[in-house]
Design a protein around this ligand. Structure first.
Ligand SMILES: *Cc1c(COP(=O)(O)O)cnc(C)c1O
Length: 400
């Protein structure tokens, strides 16, 4: 996944071009900036690559989700359904708006199970947020049908899946709004950064304003611009956009390497009795940022994960025990523990999560190991990794 492995001349040249003008901000300073608009350029390139009308860059993936939800009209007390397996950021973004995160179970896609989502749709539900964890997606056809039936927004957290597709559409472009992260460990990076994409004119306009204190960006004098509604500062800097622009131009090259490396590892593990790969729904193409597979049970998965680490196979994750990516270790979120008080209403809504039965999610997550696909492996390193993984997984993985 990490584009940081290939930071080099191209990124340096873009950053140097910004430093040469000295305009580190994406808005204004027209006379000084020598026609250099890195954020605008990256937005145009991203919208083009993702086959959508609009892209809005922001300061992080978390900001992208926050701005996307706000721009689509999600606010206090509105419920957003998201999966038990996601980075905490998706949950935090909902909380940031005073909206209520509702957790639904995952299935063998490692993303939202439409049948579980259906159970949690109620009068206050406003959006469904599938999270395309580890490079692949949920059954988006089924989720879209639920959204259409109940008049809900479909917001894709595609932070870990840039470059994947579903029914021929780039991930992030299938729903009403899609979000990407360009933090340091994502497929392409700005250092810190994020973006939302949409075909919805109103959502885009809201995002443009909301991410910059409500500025309507009309005219050439920031001080005189109007503020039709409030906003915050979720702006990206020109320096970050410059890095991202150079990275975005290499996205398809990175994806091709990921796919090649993924395929070698997958073929090495295929045929091990009792081992099952994560399901990619029909019509979906992963971005190959991780190879995820199921062991026969929790105990075997935990032992295999440990053995892989001891054998020198780094960057494999056992999410079930991870503090940041799975609901099991989210007591601070479920209890709304914060330096300052949350509203009583929000705390009460969160409390439901503490007692909720997540056994279906636990069933899949407890057996899952995900191995990060790196770009910089040499053919020899890749072959060695494939051999070691096959030996270790084969040793622990037996059909019961
Ligand atoms: C990385 C990530 C985010 C947040 O992105 P940041 O840029 O780190 O704020 C959100 N959701 C998922 C699934 C992520 O992996």
């Amino acid at each position: 996944m990490p584009g940081f492995e290939f930071l080099g001349e191209k990124e340096r040249a873009e950053v140097a071009s910004v430093m040469d003008s000295g305009v580190l901000m994406r808005y204004g300073f027209d006379a000084m900036r020598k026609e250099r608009w890195k954020a605008v350029e990256m937005e145009q390139a991203l919208a083009c690559r993702m086959q959508v009308k609009h892209a809005q860059l922001v300061s992080s993936g978390t900001a992208a989700i926050t701005v996307a939800l706000a721009s689509a009209g999600v606010g206090a007390g509105d419920e957003v359904i998201l999966p038990t397996f996601t980075f905490v950021a998706s949950f935090e973004a909902v909380l940031a708006l005073g909206a209520v995160p509702v957790l639904a179970d995952i299935d063998d896609t490692l993303t939202l199970d439409p049948a579980s989502v259906k159970k949690y749709i109620g009068p206050r539900t406003k959006a469904i947020m599938p999270v395309h964890m580890c490079g692949s997606m949920a059954d988006l056809t089924a989720l879209k049908a639920l959204c259409d039936t109940h008049g809900l927004l479909l917001l894709e957290d595609a932070c870990q899946a840039i470059g994947g597709s579903y029914e021929g559409k780039p991930l992030g472009s299938y729903g009403d709004i899609g979000c990407f992260s360009f933090d340091y460990v994502k497929t392409i990076t700005c250092g810190e950064g994020g973006a939302l994409i949409t075909n919805n004119e109103a959502f885009y306009r809201n995002a443009d304003h909301y991410s910059d204190h409500g500025h309507d960006h009309i005219g050439k004098d920031r001080g005189a611009e109007g503020h039709p509604f409030m906003g915050f500062n979720y702006r990206i800097s020109e320096l970050h956009a410059a890095v991202g622009l150079a990275q975005l131009r290499q996205l398809d090259e990175f994806l091709a390497i990921q796919k090649r490396h993924y395929t070698v590892l997958r073929e090495a593990l295929a045929g091990i009795p009792g081992l099952q790969f994560r399901r990619v729904p029909q019509g979906g193409v992963a971005n190959y940022s991780f190879l995820s597979f199921f062991l026969p049970d929790d105990d075997t998965a935990r032992k295999t994960h440990k053995a892989l680490g001891e054998a020198g196979v780094d960057a494999c994750f056992y999410w079930y025990d991870n503090h940041w990516h799975y609901h099991r270790k989210w007591d601070h979120l479920k209890q709304g523990i914060s330096p300052g008080r949350l509203s009583r209403e929000l705390k009460a809504s969160l409390a439901r999560l503490v007692a909720q039965d997540f056994s279906q999610s636990d069933y899949w997550m407890g057996r899952t190991i995900s191995c990060l696909i790196k770009l910089s492996w040499t053919p020899a390193q890749l072959a060695e990794r494939a051999g070691t993984m096959a030996a270790v997984v084969g040793q622990y993985c037996r059909e019961d």
